[in-house]
Design a protein around this ligand. Structure first.
Ligand code: AVI
Length: 336
């Protein structure tokens, strides 16, 4: 699943402009930043798939295990005797969703699944896979940016909606943005509809900070390659002159904001040129050794932060499923 999936080919012109605008905004800010959606070009999406299979990156594995163990109960609680339609924010290729859909067709003979993503390619792959393997599931895809609220939810007569926002994707947004995303979703739902949310949990006695740091700085260097690919992407698409090997991947734990941060740290005194483009004139960027570009935040939730997020977006927790070490949680919450 790609949480900030690449825009479809039909939107290539817009995407090229969006990359130029974001690069200019981020690289001229103090401190320098680049938005994580820039990770997910074709190579970045492939590297992210590899991350999800790394021994250190426990998030995907635990969530999948929780779905395998509890999918039927999750669906039964969401349905409460009524048929369900499933909507998924940032569905990507919907790999993990198959487990939930498989359980759904055991509850009801026909299921309408509505994946929403900005990537047309990912949605086509999702629909192909699901319709081939799960004949009871009809897929109505929607190409939309759910962070900008431009999506709609279809509701077959007398159905409840179960909205999926899984994979800890909510963690890549600051608390106020996360509340806005869930608030926009809530506005599309009715009382009694539900949200299934996957979140990564904050460090605890059972979850040392080192476990988190390793998940974002793996021994094989895949996350480092994923992070540096953002510079390669700017070189490819904006003809900038970054030397990605002169930047070191860094994962930091920010305890006061309860988040893992990813940075790219300049290893040398260097100047990078970004030629003039649709977003504005050329840029000459100076980096001193130790200067960083902040590329991602991945928020880790305490029980209090979760309760607050659900409360402000008008959801009430129905049930939580966690692994035995309390590293990751899947929450079912009702729209209130
Ligand atoms: C997509 N998202 C939930 C991942 C995360 O864990 O924040 C992205 C990622 N960044 C580095 N590794 C994985």
């Amino acid at each position: 699943m790609t949480p900030f999936a690449e825009a479809p080919e039909a939107l290539e012109v817009t995407t090229a402009h969006a990359v130029a605008v974001e690069a200019r905004r981020g690289l001229t800010s103090v401190p320098r930043t680049l938005s994580p959606w820039l990770f997910y070009d074709a190579l970045g999406s492939h590297l992210f798939e590899q991350i999800t299979a790394l021994p250190e990156y426990y998030l995907t594995r635990i969530e999948r295990d929780l779905f395998r163990a509890h999918a039927s109960e999750m669906l039964r609680l969401a349905a409460r005797e009524m048929p369900l339609t499933l909507v998924e924010l940032g569905a990507g290729t919907a790999t993990k969703t198959g487990i939930l859909l498989e359980a759904a067709v055991q509850h009801q003979p026909e299921v309408l699944y509505q994946p929403i993503d900005v990537s047309e390619t990912a949605l086509i792959e999702a629909a192909d896979n699901i319709e081939r393997h799960l004949p009871g599931v009809a897929v109505h895809s929607q190409i939309a940016d759910y962070t900008a609220s431009a999506f709609t939810v279809e509701r077959p007569r007398d159905h409840r909606v179960l909205a999926l926002y899984i994979g800890s994707s909510i963690g890549n947004f600051a608390p106020e943005e996360a509340a806005k995303i869930l608030g926009n979703l809530r506005a599309q739902l009715q009382f009694g509809d539900t949200l299934l949310l996957g979140i990564d949990l904050a460090p605890s006695r059972q979850k040392p900070v080192d476990t988190l740091l390793a998940a974002y700085d793996d021994a094989a260097g895949v996350t480092a390659a994923f992070n540096r690919n953002i510079l390669d992407r700017l070189n490819r698409e904006l003809r900038s002159s970054f030397r990605p090997e002169s930047f070191r991947h860094q994962a930091r734990w920010n305890a006061s904001d309860s988040r893992i941060e990813m940075h790219l740290e300049s290893l040398a005194e260097q100047t990078v040129h970004v030629p003039a483009n649709s977003a504005g004139p050329g840029l000459m960027l100076n980096f001193h050794p130790g200067d960083t570009i902040h590329t991602e935040n991945s928020y880790k939730f305490t029980e209090g932060a979760l309760a607050h997020l659900l409360h402000v977006s008008h959801f009430a927790e129905m049930k939580q499923w966690r692994d035995e070490r309390d590293w990751f949680s899947v929450i079912l919450a009702e729209a209130i």
